[in-house]
Write a new protein. Structure first.
Lengths: 316, 387
């Protein structure tokens, strides 16, 4: 146990933990949205994330950047990030809606048992991941250095880099946006209605299939942005990383209370922090152990997760 | 779980392939079961051809390919066939794959397994079956201490590479603060431990990460390296993680020099880290620069494979040639070929080969080189003198 190391690095472990946690949280939203409405764990969501992450890299290479290019000028950096963000969000949203149309909707129409949904989700996940593996020759693809590594300012001796600010900031903005969308708009009311009682919602004139598609698209767009943020944070992407990241994001969703949007944010940030503190305190080999041990212990005492309230029971 | 499912499916497909191959040769009416026939014999390459650490395996497989190609051109009426066994570098895959090689009676010897972890898993099977194998790159020292009857190593081990890397850090880089990270693999831990032993008190901290593509976020390790004030980071592991660690170090403004072993010594490392971050990295290897290989090796290799030879292409070529020399000499049973390799002495393109009792390359033949990433290329820096 290296308490000294933990304390002397506390600030930096916190900022990098929050950064990674923000990415978990964005992906966790997709799990939690779909679960809230359909009571279905969309295991293929990890590949929705991967689709966005690759789309961002391929956008940059289409714009003539490779991992060794250096981009100067705030304007062009914002342009590159913005274009890639839109493409990534679109790619992920399209992937998510294709999965819903091809894999889930036919099962729903035939009243398939829950087990069929589960296995079709895993099947879709493996198929898409393998597809990316084949397209990329199973090699990792590099990300251009878009963002300066110089710290912007320091808080209590901890340097804050632009990349950390960008990731945590855009995750928070998207979260708030989604929260407003769900709670304040007509579409959001539809989502909440279907989550509460699909049949009654249908009787009231809500088009259930359209609402479900909307949920997949919203979750997909979030995952796409998460993919872009992952790219610029990690610096490289390989087709197989979605599995563990998806699992962690799912863990974050359960930790916060699955079906609860704010819970997903809380769970994601918490998971990122726990991982980093454990790495600092004991050693990086304990990272995944700590993340999942916290999940098991927390669920022992709070089986519904931290915030525990589902999307369906949220007040209309 | 996903990977396991994919592997199982792959495994089934491979077994089916081998079974159909066996059926074909059976219907041809030759009694291959007892061996004894040089023509149609097979030698296999065992190592990663796909997956996160495939670059070295592909270098080696191409070396074996060249050896077999040359042999078959010299002996057109009595050809030898090459079998590729793709382990993806994973110890989990290795036993099943080893059994598959053992079950194919036509396979008289192997080049591989390429890595130490998979060697630990597969070698006991080869030893029990009496199937000789020469590894061109698995460098963990303990592999030679297991009393396996069929183990041979065509390169030096980490008992020479580790201290040499340590010596380079101490004498050439003159580092007083060194941080050590390993990937918890048989190879990575072994190498990192040797470096720690040599550097002693200069090691200011250490950490462990996950290999095989399982970890991509190394921010906690980066933080620790940074706060330790180390000027050199030694990494025991393979190129993909090394590349990401280097990239994330640079991204966090850490300028410490990365030193790593033969598992990172491949252009794929530069692809993973990016040219800017990779610049200046020191890579050690119990292998001489490919251009220093004797004869026309580099040109022939390039002509056949369409790429220049990489790390361990030459030692794999030599290992295959030792097996082929045995087959040519009429040692066409597994026992015969094993005895042949034991007593073998001869000149290869990378070294002169002669094995000790335990299957190690004669220590006098081992050379350790340091390479430096310069201008996006892995360039030979200097040979590190043995103590």
């Amino acid at each position: 146990m290296d308490f000294n190391g933990l304390f002397s690095n506390f600030g930096e472990l916190t900022t990098t933990g929050l950064t990674q946690g923000a990415i978990y949280a964005l992906v966790a939203l997709g799990y939690t949205l779909v679960y809230g409405v359909l009571k279905l764990i969309n295991f293929a969501h990890s590949e929705v994330f991967i689709a966005g992450a690759f789309a961002a890299i391929w956008t940059w290479s289409a714009l003539g950047l490779n991992q060794d290019s250096v981009v100067n000028g705030v304007g062009s950096i914002i342009m590159y990030l913005g274009v890639a963000m839109v493409v990534a969000a679109l790619a992920s949203a399209v992937t998510a809606s294709v999965i819903e149309r091809v894999a889930y909707r036919p099962l729903r129409k035939r009243n398939a048992p829950p087990l069929a949904f589960l296995i079709t989700a895993i099947g879709a996940s493996i198929a898409i991941s393998e597809l990316f593996g084949i397209w990329t020759d199973r090699r990792p693809e590099g990300v251009p250095n878009l963002i300066s590594i110089k710290p912007l300012f320091t808080i209590a001796g901890t340097p804050i880099r632009p990349i950390e600010l960008l990731i945590v900031g855009s995750a928070l903005v998207m979260m708030v946006g989604l929260d407003i969308f769900i709670n304040r708009t007509r579409f959001g009311r539809g989502i909440r209605a279907v989550a509460q009682d699909p049949n009654t919602a249908a009787l009231m004139g809500v088009n259930k299939d359209r609402i479900i598609l909307l949920v997949f698209i919203a979750g997909g767009a979030m995952a796409g942005v998460a993919g872009l943020l992952y790219d610029i944070r990690i610096g490289a992407l390989s087709y197989s990383v979605g599995f563990l990241l998806g699992l962690k994001a799912f863990t974050a969703a359960v930790l916060g209370g699955i079906g609860n949007l704010r819970g997903a944010l809380l769970g994601g940030l918490l998971l990122g922090l726990v991982e980093n503190y454990a790495s600092g305190l004991i050693g990086s080999q304990w990272k995944d152990f700590a993340a999942f041990a916290v999940l098991v212990v927390l669920l022992m005492f709070r089986p519904t997760g931290l915030l525990g309230e589902s999307l369906g029971r949220a007040r209309a | 779980m996903r990977q396991r499912i994919a592997r199982t499916i792959g495994g089934v497909a491979l077994v089916a392939l081998v079974a159909s191959g066996a059926a074909c040769s059976g219907s041809g009416g030759d009694d291959g079961a007892a061996g004894g026939e040089a023509c149609g014999s097979k030698i296999a390459f065992f190592g990663a051809l796909t997956g996160s650490s495939a670059a070295l395996g592909i270098n080696e497989n191409n070396g074996v390919k060249l050896a077999v190609d040359k042999y078959n051109k010299a002996n057109p009426d009595c050809k030898v066939e090459q079998v590729e066994l793709d382990s993806q570098g994973s110890p989990d895959q290795a036993p099943q794959l080893a059994q598959q090689a053992i079950d194919d009676e036509k396979i008289l010897g192997l080049v591989g397994p390429a890595y130490s972890g998979e060697s630990e898993a597969a070698n006991p099977f080869f030893s029990d079956a009496g199937l000789v194998h020469i590894t061109p790159s698995a460098t963990n020292p303990t592999l030679a201490q297991q009393k396996w009857k069929t183990f041979f190593r065509a390169v030096g081990n980490d008992l020479t590479q580790g201290p040499a890397a340590g010596k380079y850090i101490k004498d050439v880089l003159k580092a007083e603060k060194v941080y050590v990270i390993d990937d918890q693999s048989a190879y990575g831990v072994g190498l990192a431990d040797e470096v720690k032993k040599l550097l002693g008190a200069a090691v200011v901290g250490s950490d462990k990460v996950q290999g095989e593509g399982k970890q991509t976020d190394f921010s906690a390790s980066v933080t620790k390296v940074k706060s330790s004030g180390a000027t050199v980071l030694f990494y025991g592991g393979y190129y993909q993680e090394a590349g990401l660690i280097r990239k994330q170090l640079t991204g966090a403004g850490v300028t410490a020099t990365l030193v790593a072993g033969d598992g990172v010594n491949d252009p794929a490392y530069i692809a993973s880290a990016g040219q800017t971050a990779a610049e200046g990295t020191i890579l050690t290897c119990p292998c001489q620069p490919a251009a220093k290989a004797k004869g026309n090796f580099a040109a022939d290799y390039q002509a056949l494979n369409g790429v220049a030879p990489g790390t361990y292409s030459d030692s794999a070529y030599d290992a295959a040639n030792i097996l082929l020399a045995g087959i040519k000499a009429g040692k066409t049973t597994r026992e015969g070929l094993l005895e042949f390799v034991k007593g073998y002495t001869g000149e290869g393109v990378a070294a002169t080969y002669k094995f000790t009792e335990t299957g190690e390359l004669d220590p006098a033949q081992v050379k350790i080189w340091a390479y430096k990433v310069t201008g996006g290329q892995v360039v030979p820096d200097q040979e590190i003198p043995k103590s």
